[in-house]
Design a protein around this ligand. Structure first.
Ligand SMILES: Cc1cc2nc3c(=O)[nH]c(=O)nc-3n(C[C@H](O)[C@H](O)[C@H](O)COP(=O)(O)OP(=O)(O)OC[C@H]3O[C@@H](n4cnc5c(N)ncnc54)[C@H](O)[C@@H]3O)c2cc1C
Length: 492
């Protein structure tokens, strides 16, 4: 556990103002790590501004064998960020918030870790209005581009261009021994960040998804995409997850002409609406929502196009596919397969970025947790049916959100578990749901995204021993004293 000597060393590196073991400050980071059930209060918080400071912090902690956890904003959610025992030193990178370069020709932006979604969005709107940076669609504006990219999240155009990890071009990483590695084309001193698979075998991919266990990333280049003016939403209701899955798959598999224009394709069940309100203020039963015109399930296509003609073509194609599907023998529930008219205000609010669409889940019962899984698209209905029944068996509202990644090549399935975080028995129930669904899902070959160190990682790696063996070797190579986020990903 770090002591006063370690605090003095941190003060020596970043200055008195930016290193502290004051309980009020360290405890505030526990609240920041939203949705982690077992997160710990760090012993010391340090807030560097420069890469050289990070290098000194890591070299010191490595030689003194002090645990280190880096965060960009600490809002990753669903277990990814929380500091775990030994809590050690938390490196808060929010002061490193420079937008270093925007290159419209080569279509990338270079940012430091502390650049938030709100900051980059406002900056681009003002200085580069024809370009959209890859911010996550529903994450808080205070979360960062870096946190989402290295976590391989999903962006506002993820159904068109793939997972956030694919938007990544090059990185600058500081390792615990003080080495600084630049990946991709950046490995050459004069190269632009135009090619991610740099010099022979790609090292960056081993660090992507490492949840702060390998080194601290101090700079990244991510792709930007044109931001066309013609946009709208199409929404269809469905009676069950299979109709939702199948018609969406038909459209996704078209790939060209339509699927590339549907930037965000996301659906779910009526519980999503219900759980964005305080629990005692809204009826919970499906009939109430049916009477309001909601189907039990729905799918929402957000379309970006270069012209009105292109936009109309996409809208028509989606409507034609859904209408034809409704009439076909494949449709299990034609009565609930209906187009859902959206009020212009609903469309405007959905198109607004960064949006705060996911934040109201905390209204239901204060605590909420996203436990996200990847499945092949044509297995997402099976996942949803299984998970919702486990949620209900444990007394939770069945709330499921599903998004297409890369034109339905993968489904990102996100059960939203709303619970009372002040009650121990609720936390135990969440853990029971997590264990039961993890055991089931791994047998189906589904992957947990942002694995937690207590249930997902041990269960997952116990079935992939050879992969884990090499992961440990890689970790030891970058971090021989195992100081970085120790215990995360079951990598002690
Ligand atoms: C309400 C809500 C909605 C959300 N919606 C979305 C969404 O629509 N799409 C989506 O993809 N995600 C979503 N998320 C998840 C999350 O907000 C994003 O992934 C977010 O961008 C994480 O950024 P962060 O800066 O908070 O990351 P952090 O929590 O700071 O970090 C994420 C992980 O990376 C590590 N890390 C962070 N910075 C560094 C660094 N510089 N070097 C090395 N390791 C580092 C951390 O240790 C941690 O394990 C949502 C979260 C919430 C709470």
């Amino acid at each position: 556990m770090p002591d006063n000597k370690d605090l003095e060393a941190m003060i020596g590196i970043v200055g008195k103002k930016y290193a502290s073991n004051n309980k009020a400050i360290t405890a505030s980071y526990l609240a920041k790590s939203v949705m982690g059930l077992e997160s710990q209060i760090p012993d010391i918080v340090v807030r560097p501004k420069y890469m050289e400071e990070i290098r000194k912090i890591l070299v010191y902690c490595s030689s003194e064998k002090v645990a280190v956890s880096p965060i960009s904003a600490g809002l990753s959610g669903g277990f990814s960020c929380p500091t775990i025992k030994p809590a050690g030193i938390l490196i808060d990178l929010s002061r490193m918030n420079r937008i270093i370069e925007v290159d419209e020709e080569n279509r990338y932006v270079v940012v430091e870790p502390g650049v938030t979604n709100g900051q980059i969005w406002a900056f681009m709107l003002k200085h580069h209005p024809d370009w959209a940076p890859p911010i996550p669609d529903g994450a808080p504006p205070a979360a960062t581009v870096m946190g989402d990219a290295i976590d391989r999240g999903f962006s506002l155009y993820t159904s068109s261009v793939g997972p956030q990890g694919d938007n990544f071009m090059c990185a600058e990483i500081v390792f615990p021994n003080g080495d600084i590695l630049r990946t991709g084309s950046w490995a050459l001193p004069f190269a632009k960040p135009f090619y991610k698979y740099g010099l022979g075998p790609d090292i960056w991919s081993t660090i992507m998804g490492s949840q702060g266990t390998m080194g601290v990333i101090t700079k990244i280049a991510v792709k930007i995409y044109p931001h066309p003016k013609f946009k709208t939403l199409v929404n269809w209701g469905m009676g069950n997850p299979y109709d939702m899955q199948d018609v969406t798959f038909d459209l996704g598999k078209l790939e060209f002409g339509v699927a590339h224009n549907t930037v965000m394709v996301q659906g779910g069940n009526y519980g999503i609406v219900m759980c964005r309100w305080p629990k005692d203020k809204i009826p919970h039963d499906l009939e109430f929502f049916k009477n309001k015109g909601y189907s039990e399930w729905w799918m929402n296509w957000e379309i970006w196009a270069q012209s009105q003609k292109e936009l109309d073509h996409c809208v028509d194609t989606i409507n034609t596919y859904c209408s034809n599907y409704r009439k076909s023998t494949r449709c299990r529930d034609p009565d609930q397969m209906i187009p859902q008219e959206l009020h212009p205000k609903q469309i405007a609010s959905r198109l607004k970025k960064p949006n705060k669409i996911a934040v109201p889940y905390s209204l239901w019962e204060a605590g909420f947790l996203f436990i996200t899984w990847y499945t092949p698209w044509n297995e997402c209905a099976h996942f949803a049916e299984m998970y919702n029944s486990v949620l209900e068996n444990h007394g939770f509202a069945p709330v499921m959100w599903i998004a297409s990644i890369e034109r339905c090549r993968q489904a990102l399935c996100m059960p939203i578990i709303c619970f009372d975080s002040t009650k121990d028995e609720d936390i135990e129930r969440v853990q029971e749901v997590n264990r039961e669904t993890t055991e089931y899902s791994l047998k189906q070959g589904w992957l947990n995204y942002r694995p937690d160190p207590y249930i997902h990682a041990p269960l997952m790696y116990s079935q992939a021993a050879m992969y884990w063996k090499y992961l440990r070797k890689i970790k030891k190579m970058f971090d021989p004293n195992m100081i970085m986020h120790p215990g995360r990903l079951a990598l002690p």
